[in-house]
Design a protein around this ligand. Structure first.
Ligand SMILES: [Ca+2]
Ligand SMILES: [Ca+2]
Length: 224
């Protein structure tokens, strides 16, 4: 998870890049400097140069136990009551506090699963899933807070996948035999769905995909 705000300033002789970012990223590095899922990278940035970020790999305990864990950072831009800092918490335990290169500019908050080449290791699976139980943001409103001024606010966004209700196999046609069999396969747990398949399959928008949705697709077919 991370916050991100990026600016390019061409007003001087040299391009000045502002990169205000806070990262909680897995895998971290253990004491042997190997990738480790019981360590996590905690990094905060104000620019992209070597001397403009602080990164620490900290021990946060076993993460691969099938349970939800809480990941949190408290971002203080600072004022008369607060020293500028970022506090990193894992399962509600303060694990590390950074006082250097503390961002001030508002940024977008991101959650994501990705596999960057080189530093994240080699995936040993074809597919996995990233489950989020909840997201909570509480504002501090400190005097160090600065507005965002993104240079490319709309750059880098994907087209996304347009889903149609009933098109459970995402082939562009809704409610045919393939969609019924894709949903049946999922319901008997023989197959996995990606997020867009859940959206396309949840016919009654109750947040669950189950036999009721299958019945709704069947009924809609009989009405055609
Ligand atoms: Ca289809
Ligand atoms: Ca449903």
């Amino acid at each position: 998870m991370w916050t991100f705000e990026y600016e390019e300033d061409y007003s001087g002789d040299d391009l000045k890049v502002t990169n205000h970012e806070i990262d909680i990223e897995f895998p971290g590095r253990n004491t042997e400097n190997e990738q480790s899922l019981d360590h996590v990278l905690c990094t905060n940035w104000t620019g992209e140069n070597e001397n403009e970020y602080t990164s620490r790999s900290v021990y946060c305990g076993e993460q691969m136990d099938g349970n939800y864990h809480t990941y949190r950072f408290d971002w203080h831009t600072g004022d008369e009551n607060e020293i500028p800092r970022v506090e990193y918490y894992f399962d509600d335990k303060l694990t590390y506090t950074s006082y250097d290169h503390i961002p001030t500019n508002a940024g977008r908050f991101w959650l994501g699963a990705w596999f960057p080449k080189n530093w994240a290791g080699v995936p040993d699976f074809d597919m996995t899933e990233f489950s989020v139980d909840y997201v909570k943001i509480t504002t501090f409103h400190e005097r160090g807070d600065k507005p965002q001024n993104e240079s490319y606010p709309n750059d880098g966004w994907g087209e996304g996948i347009r889903t149609t209700k009933g098109d459970t196999d995402l082939d562009g046609r809704a409610g045919d035999n393939r969609d019924l069999s894709a949903l049946r396969e999922y319901l008997v747990k023989k197959s996995r769905f990606i997020y867009h398949q859940y959206t396309a399959s949840d016919m009654n928008d109750d947040g669950k995909v189950n036999a009721i949705d299958l019945l709704i697709i069947k009924r809609s077919r009989s009405l055609l």
